[in-house]
Write a protein that binds this ligand. Sequence first.
Ligand code: PBG
Length: 334
Amino acid sequence: MASFPLSRLRRNRRHDFIRRIVSENHVRVEDLVYPIFVVEGENRELEITSLPGQKRLSIDRLLVVAKKCLELGIPAIALFPMIESPKTNKMAAEAYNPNGLIPRAIKALKHEFPSLGVFTDIALDAYTVDGHDGISDDTGYVINDLTNEILVKQALCHANAGADFVCPSDMMDGRILKIREALDSNGFIDTGIMAYSAKYASGFYGPFRDATGAASNLGKFGKQTYQMNPANSNEALHEVYQDLEEGADIVMVKPGLPYLDVLYRVKHEFKKPTAAYHVSGEYALLKMGSQNGLLDYERTIMETMICFKRAGADLIWTYAAIEVAEIIAMQDVK
Ligand code: PBG
């Protein structure tokens, strides 16, 4: 007769060695992408109050951080600009200026550290006056096809400067196909596309918009007329399907922890390289929570990372990338 209890699952939790052996998922430094904010100037490091520990860096300072990423084994960084007035305008012309901030940052990075992956944001929010990801009409509605034309120019500009992956985060319909066609016909057949495919109209982007300065004028629609409704997850599969059909190499679900169910469905449905974006608000909550003594930062950030892996993420974009890489390096030494 079987004894009580039928099995003792706690045996595999009794000691550290066995917990490590039976661990189903692991966070590796190779999983991390570090998003960095860049700004014009020299020797500039501007604090971002809503994003503790993160700064807007001038290109010379960006190179110092890039070197650190390389040393820690972080495979890639993602660039986000803060474009200061008067370079923002209605048609976002600065977004495809070949001598603009991002193209110069890409060139400097590729010159100094050719093996470090460079991902760039394809969207117009940093370059428009109203902070929308595209060009708005007189009523404040973002015009899809006109925006795509500018996104294509921006993607070509970044590819030309040497970006490894262009990452459309704008949520216009059809932009992946337009960008893929333009890259191919201009000889950039090896430039990848990482599509923000299931990107939700989220309140968790607050600190990011603060960091890029693109927060203030979004108007009555916000970004809900192009970013997804948080209530939907079947729709996310359609978004991902279309982006893959149109030529995306990697797809993303964004934000991260509140959308793990979506991440899980996307990974299991398509089995393609899938990214999770642990967005600014999620990061800031952990940082400020730990600074206020509510929780242990190291523990909760690592728990967050393993949750992304468990849900199926292949890569994790996080402002904590350097800290996580350092924690992993310490664990390896132990
Ligand atoms: C905009 C963009 C946003 C983020 C990445 N790209 C903000 C937005 O959509 O308003 C958010 C990232 C974060 O919150 O960390 N193209």
